[in-house]
Design a binder for this molecule. Structure first.
Ligand SMILES: [Ca+2]
Ligand SMILES: [Ca+2]
Ligand SMILES: [Ca+2]
Length: 754
């Protein structure tokens, strides 16, 4: 159903996203039809999630820049649950490009604050560059942890010609295949005058047609369980997608937790029934931990001979013993800086401590003009569920076919682990499952087993699914779900019973009278935290009702740290990233939990600053409100102003955004340490084009033009002074953001006396 409240026209800057009817603008309509074409319509097929409402965002029919993308990705994040995107950088097999600073910020804002803090779901098509052996890991949108990347399979379960292989693809849905041999996708079509015979097509193709099917399935999962977070959704896809329909295609590996995974299809074909069943049983995963390894900065040569492999490794402990500890992996990023010409010769592999080898980059034979990756965060989802601790091995292989004239260099690499400290999978108990769901798990080996399933079906389940997290701790971990209030006694259900008067201890039945509800109430010696309705006995656990707030079964004057009073006056846990909060979501922190940083423009607490932010520690004097909480660290200034500040972030560290063009910065917003794609850096500022009398080096640095024969040092200083006076150097801009020096006519005479 069309939803104006989920729609916008960014190109026309109005509320009506109706495309121009010129034959080229049917893509969005076709994608929308796959998700939400209404049931029992007279014209065409039905949408996967036909009860979903759907909006349209017109954004590709005009200039597409970072701001346009950010606006689209950040549109109405409290109203829109799922964003389906079938666009990205050129699929030419040589581009390495990704979201700019504003779009990156939109992703972070979406997953932390969208859907009232449960996180926007971004579904992304993995790309159509298969013909040019493109890699979806060179597409920074699919390669992002925030997007759920979706690949395609033909109706026969094979790799289609346009498929891009990479390790960031999470799963697959059906789409078109070889023309004349395989069918394409049937969906709604664009026709300006809505002629009944023109508003249905059977010709929708490519990964563009796969992402909306995945978005529809994700919508069904949300319908079954609206509490799912953005990471819950990725877990459901990992756990329920099926390799078996696609195993005729080679390339499947078995990872360390015995799940089959592929660079073509991720975890396999999405299964809507299994997704919905598991969604119904799902308990939200613990909050995301981020553990960064150290950066390895030793230069290592990558030799010229075809087949040469540079192998290096790193031993990590998964940040054990810190708040960042990761024991159960989700995403793993390997951030790499290297030089090698041509870059497209390289194959990059990463092997985990559990022995899984994931290919971060396959050779791209068309990628022949560039030689660098600069802090590119190659993503693999193949280690999902494995442990982080141990030895990680990186291999960089010169796979050919181009001749290489000089060795390359690996100058920097780092691993970033995302995941949880505790077992993330805690299914609801058997009693709450529907008969249908329970029955389904028997049919589908990929539905995650509960303890009962494990006991009864340990043999029967077999196959790839049974081993996932198959440990005796599984069920007990669920039952031992860390209870914030465990110190206060019983569980919440029992507490409610006590306060309703149904669970009165026998010893308290003397000296009581019946209240209006015929329950037994003591009218004297009540705890001061009881309200005027009295109590059943002594102490704050025996109140009929609380004067202020209720924490587990006890009346309290205020909710303790890490909890907040909900509308019923019950202290409820904050999100794990908050020390104090106004609500349960990640976007509701008032102060941050220890070891978290406050991100100023997004108003959320994170374990590390996101890309494009720099970290500052405010002096203690700036945060007098935090005084009571900060251990007795001596304060250099004696600050008597009591500007008690709500935003007294607990451990005093914040993340501040870099200025718009910086990809990263240091100490202040305008001191860039790297630039956004296609921009050049000059004296730590980022520019679209080289400033006058400068040219761009291979690694996007800008240096001053020098006449032939000039060396470094004093020559350069002299030359800079000289060109400042008279401009004899001409520049040729051959592409925005790239330039070089040209036509330096006569060699000037250095005059060092100046
Ligand atoms: Ca319009
Ligand atoms: Ca691509
Ligand atoms: Ca992704």
């Amino acid at each position: 159903m069309g939803d104006p409240a989920a729609s916008y026209d960014i190109n026309g800057n109005d509320s009506d996203p109706m495309p121009r009817d010129n034959g080229d603008n049917k893509h969005g309509t076709r994608c929308a039809g796959e998700v939400a074409a209404v049931a029992f319509n007279q014209y065409c097929g039905v949408g996967v999630a036909y009860n979903a409402s759907i909006g349209g965002v017109r954004m590709l029919d005009g200039t597409v820049n970072d701001a346009v993308e950010a606006k689209a990705l950040g549109l109405y994040p409290d109203h829109i649950d799922i964003y389906s995107a079938s666009w990205g950088p050129e699929d030419d097999g040589s581009t390495v490009d990704g979201p700019g600073p504003l779009a990156r910020r939109a992703f972070i804002f979406g997953v932390t604050s969208g859907r009232q803090g449960k996180g926007s779901i971004f579904i992304w098509a993995s790309g159509n560059g298969g013909r040019y052996t493109d890699s979806c890991n060179c597409d920074g949108y699919t390669n992002s942890i925030f997007t759920l990347s979706i690949s395609s399979a033909t109706q026969g379960g094979y790799k289609p010609w346009y498929l891009e292989e990479c390790s960031s693809t999470l799963a697959t849905t059906y789409s078109s295949g070889t023309p004349g041999h395989d069918k394409s996708v049937a969906t709604v079509d664009m026709d300006g005058s809505l002629r009944p015979d023109r508003i249905c097509t059977v010709e929708h193709t490519g990964t563009s047609a796969s992402a909306p099917l995945a978005a529809g399935i994700a919508a069904l999962a949300l319908e079954a369980n609206p509490a799912l977070t953005w990471r819950d959704m990725q877990y459901l896809v990992v756990l329920t997608s099926r390799s078996d329909p696609l195993e005729k295609e080679p390339g499947w590996i078995l990872n360390g937790v015995k799940r089959k995974v592929s660079h073509k299809f991720g975890y396999g074909l999405m299964d809507a029934g299994a997704m919905v069943s598991l969604a119904e049983q799902w308990t939200t995963v613990p909050s995301q931990h981020i553990c960064k390894s150290r950066e390895i900065n030793e230069d290592r040569p990558i030799e010229v001979s075809v087949g040469y492999t540079l192998q290096t490794h790193m031993d990590v402990n998964g940040c054990a013993g810190t708040v960042n500890e990761v024991r159960f992996l989700e995403h793993v990023q390997c951030k790499i800086t290297l030089r090698f010409f041509p870059r497209g010769n390289l194959r990059i592999l990463l092997t985990s401590p559990m022995g899984t080898t994931s290919t971060l980059l396959f050779e791209r034979p068309r990628d022949i003009t560039k030689s660098n990756f600069d802090d590119w965060p190659f993503l693999s989802v193949h280690f999902w569920g494995e442990r982080a601790e141990g030895r990680w091995t990186l291999q960089i292989l010169n796979g050919g076919p181009r001749r290489v004239s000089q060795p390359g260099i690996l100058s920097k690499w780092q691993l970033i682990f995302y995941g949880t400290q505790t077992n993330p999978i805690r299914l609801k108990s058997e009693g709450t499952r529907t008969a249908g769901a329970a029955g389904y798990s028997g049919l589908n080996p990929f539905v995650f087993p509960t303890e009962t399933d494990l006991n009864q079906q340990a043999g029967a389940l077999g196959g790839a699914g049974a081993g996932y997290y198959q440990s005796a701790d599984l069920y007990s971990n669920f039952m031992n779900y860390p209870n914030l209030f465990s110190g206060a006694g019983s569980g919440i259900d029992k507490t409610v019973a006590t306060l309703n008067g149904h669970n009165i201890p026998t010893a308290q039945r003397e000296n009581v009278m019946a209240d209006s509800n015929n329950k037994l109430v003591v009218l004297h010696d009540c705890d001061p935290e009881c309200d005027q309705q009295g109590c059943y006995g002594k102490g704050p656990t025996q109140c009929v009702a609380c004067k202020h707030y209720r924490l587990d079964n006890t009346c309290v004057s205020r909710c303790p740290p890490r909890s907040f009073p909900n509308q019923g006056g019950v202290c409820w846990p904050c999100h794990e990233s908050c020390e104090t909060c106004a609500g349960a979501g990640q976007d509701s922190c008032l102060t941050c939990a220890p070891a978290h940083l406050y991100v100023t423009d997004l108003a959320v607490c994170l374990q590390v600053c996101p890309e494009g932010y720099y970290e500052i520690s405010r002096s203690l004097a700036d945060v007098t409100g935090a005084r009571g909480n900060v251990p007795s660290t001596p304060s250099r200034e004696d600050d008597d102003d009591d500007h008690s500040d709500e935003h007294c972030y607990y451990d005093n560290r914040t993340c501040v955004p870099c200025e718009a063009n910086c990809a990263s910065c240091q100490d202040r917003p305008d001191y860039c340490t790297s630039c956004d794609h296609h921009l050049v850096m000059h004296e730590h500022r980022c520019y679209a084009a080289c400033p006058k009398n400068t040219y761009e080096t291979e690694d996007y640095k800008v240096v001053y033009c020098l006449p032939p024969g000039f060396g470094a040092g004093k020559d350069i200083e002299w030359w800079i002074r000289k060109i400042a006076k008279e401009s004899k150097v001409r520049f040729v801009l051959w592409r925005v953001g790239h330039c070089h020096c040209d036509n330096i006519s006569a060699k000037p005479q250095p005059d060092f006396s100046q």
